[in-house]
Design a protein around this ligand. Structure first.
Ligand code: PEP
Length: 265
């Protein structure tokens, strides 16, 4: 049984003071929820301030990027060890904005993911096709190439620990959401690919998030699909109310459901 996850990608928004304030409000409202893994990913300078606000809750901290070397002459880069010491448990890797603006490739994504796992950080690895690729009927070939390349440095042992995010580029920040059926089709393809490259067992345990204009009013329909295990949320994660509603939208309808055991910081 795969546990739902909602991860908020705050991108280059919120100063450390603003981020700490938002994190405090989120932790105050959903910090004791254990049915859903909740992750918030502020900018690097805000990590420590946010961690201080969430460390006693079940909300986890994530970063938005890393570099695979442990230390050295890499001006402007941040290592896995630095992220771990700042309280991170997760890291987003290969977001389409990094692929398009900062030259991220499947190879660099894969190296970063392997480095994250080596230091016990869970990578949330993003893939997704552009609008013109969808219109040309290339979704399957684009996703297959991205998945194979982005997982190239991973192995049978660590594959089950990762989280994948399917984020169609045309749906990010545009207000256009993939239909639940469209998303499920690609998630099913991703699961099958992981099953072929690694093992069926790992593929069945693997969490695949959907990202692209997720809002409180579409989360339930999306996660009702077989292969959707939660969401990576951009714009709506910057607002306490909508983020909290998205999280609570993933809770089972039955109020008497038993609490699951959460992991500890
Ligand atoms: C994202 O940036 O990962 C994202 C999904 O953004 P939005 O929710 O704003 O579309």
């Amino acid at each position: 049984m795969r546990k739902m996850m909602i991860a908020g990608n705050w991108k280059m928004n919120k100063s450390p003071v603003e981020a700490a304030g938002l994190a405090e409000k989120i932790a105050g409202k959903v910090g004791d929820i254990r049915h859903v893994d909740i992750v918030i990913c502020p900018s690097f300078p805000a990590l420590t301030a946010v961690y201080e606000k969430i460390e006693k809750s079940y909300v986890r901290l994530g970063a938005q990027n890393l570099f695979w070397e442990r230390e050295g002459a890499y001006t402007g880069e941040v290592s896995t060890l630095m992220l771990r010491e700042s309280g991170c448990r997760y890291v987003i890797i290969g977001h389409s904005e990094r692929r398009s603006h900062f030259g991220e490739t499947d190879e660099t994504v894969s190296r970063k993911a392997a480095a994250a796992l080596e230091w016990n950080l869970i990578p949330i690895i993003c893939v997704g096709e552009k609008l013109e690729e969808r219109e040309r009927g290339e979704v399957e070939s684009v996703i297959t190439k991205q998945i194979k390349g982005s997982l190239a440095h991973l192995n049978d042992e660590n594959i089950a620990k990762i989280v994948l995010a399917y984020e169609p580029v045309w749906a990010i920040g545009t207000g256009k959401t993939a239909t639940p059926a469209q998303a499920n089709e690609v998630h099913g393809l991703i699961r099958a690919l992981v099953g072929d490259i690694f093992s069926k067992e790992a593929a069945s345990e693997l969490r695949i998030l959907y990202g692209g204009s997720v809002k409180p009013d579409n989360i339930r329909a999306l996660i009702a699909e077989e292969h959707l295990d939660g969401a990576l949320v951009g714009g709506a994660s910057l607002d306490e109310h909508s983020f909290v509603e998205i999280v609570t939208g993933c809770l089972p309808d039955t109020s008497g459901a038993e609490a699951e055991t959460g992991d500890s910081q």
